[in-house]
Design a protein around this ligand. Sequence first.
Ligand code: GAL
Length: 719
Amino acid sequence: MPGCGHAIDSIQNRKIIQAGNPGKLKFSLVIALSMLYLPLISQSGWSVVANSVWKITVGKKQPITLLSAANSAPKYDALESLERVPFPLDSTKIHFEVIDGKTYLRFPLQRAEEIYGFGLNFQTQNQRGRILNLHVDHYGGQDNGRTHAPVPFYLSTEGYGVLIDAAQYLTVYAGTAVRVEADDPPQLMDRNTNPAWQAQPYSDAVEVLVPADGVEVYVFGGPSMLRVVQRYNLYCGGGYLPPKWGLGFTQRVPTLYNAEAILQEADEFAAHDFPLDFIGLEPGWQSMAYPCTFKWDDSRYPDPQGLLSQLSVKGIRTNLWLNPYVSPIASLYDSIRPYSGSHTVWNGLVADFTLAQPREMFRQHFMKNLLNIGVSGFKIDEVDGFDSWLWPDVARFPSGTPAEVMRQTYGLTLQRMTAEWFHEKNQRTYGLVRGSNAGASALPYVLYNDYYSHKDFITALINSSFIGVLWTPEVRASDSAEEWLRRMQSVCFSPMAMLNAWSSGTKPWSFPEVEEEVRAVARLRMQLLPYLYTAFARYQKEGIPPFRAMQLEDGYDALSKLDATLAIRYQYMMGESLLVAPMFAGDSTRQVALPPGKWFDFYTGAYVGDGEWITVKPGLEHIPLFVKDGAIIPMTAPRNQAPLPGEKLSLVVRKYGQQEGRYMLYDDDGVSFDYEKGAFSWSELTAKFENGAWKPELKIGNTAAFNYSQNITWIFMGQ
Ligand code: GAL
């Protein structure tokens, strides 16, 4: 029944909904109305909710969805500025059914189509051919859907994306299930005689089981995969722009450190001339942890406010670890108890934050005791799993919210609550979280976990760019100086440059034989701050992930076909034009896929290749970095801390290759939300080749929000 709209087959007591093709509708009308952001309901049931974003509600609308928990407001203007594309799927092949309280979804797949996303996976990129149970959990070593951000969003090499906005545990058959009436069935083969027979036959669909009597589904248009991701991020509120200090180096100290040890740690960083912008305190800052009191331990921290201001004088901010489970000895306990679930976590109450009262109780406590005395951010731990210590699915919550929905959204809710407190203070924060989900791009948090494979950490970093989250491949300890250095190099080219010494007590200089190289890469990150900050500004305003999979780059397609034996793995883009290819301990060479166009070595400016696979032998001191022809990379002199508001820095701008270049440099005060009221600048850096010489130029967008001196040192590399 193609194009029949909603049909109700009452005999079998099921609802069958097949979507017609909005591309065939009067599209100008769609355009006109979507410009006004009025949802237009097409015959097929899909409504246009923003430029090239469609939505359908199948069955009953659920009270809590992932997007409603994240509560991020779509950036309609930014979406509007992108090109308009027709509905990107053959909607006659999209199929929905609600049967006995469960919703069955099916989306078509083409033969060569690859699909990415479906959560924060650590070992695989293309999810086609996989079965996933999307479930917020601590990653257990297998890409099976149980992970820290099991985001039910996928994007396709065919240039579209699908979000299943459901806060239930979803079962995804990502191109594994074969129907009797498949549109494109697998070839029949005899295993006895045909060596090409496969245990997993070809499947022409993504199928999803939603254990609820309805779901909201979104489709995002392309045409490129990057556009799909941009539209998804913008629909979720755009990316988050961290404060400048958030992009500096951070050290998390051992659990039982005290105020004195922390001040000493800060001094040691200075003595080692090592970057440090914020310090993270682990569970021991509290009088009790697991469950938590959210109160300073008097013996270790007799004067918390004094400590925070002493650190602040040194230019260092403070981030506090917590899990949200309320200890019986916490001052919040009695007031939270009527608003908490039936089960405890480590004897602590699990507040039902879908209710306004406990949210407000937490807000008041945290504002008064922590934010108002100078705490700059949080690490929100244990909002993911494991099952054996979190609340069970049989737990009941006073709002009536099912335990399962609570599990899928608890991390999102905590992120959103804390983000709102900082926003209220007009103060940007940047912290850590272990559980997240769809809709999180505008939230000020980076994911991490206890798993510790360097290679898998890089895969997670790459996969995070498909699903609107950030990931840090944190460093904790290492078996060798080489591993230490290689991990440090990677983390300095990630969303958060963090050493998490909570149990190891390691310092960046713990392996003296590579101390110099570790310092060099941390300071290189600091030098790149103008470039990195601009990349995050583009995340926020345009939805472009600051750290991106190669699949999101032009030319990926051609390159991946060039040599089918080489999978493009363990390399990614940072910002507009820097390709990062981390090294792993034990390897002295590696292969790198360079998309079409000339590429240059970041350090030397040497030409390295064009649309090809190359082998590099970088030596211990460098993480391989490559730069696109024509790229302009704004940097500063090496320094150990991000600039304070109003502090003017000198720019050192590198221009690579033979092509003329143009780069838009973003700036603002680096700490507040005043940019929301226009206090920011986009300045244009250009390098043109005229009369046999390079002519560089800077055009400042808004002098009031431009914190660089106009005296720029230009360095031309790779001529
Ligand atoms: C873990 C967390 C670690 C550290 C530790 C402190 O759950 O992943 O990074 O914070 O708790 O007890």
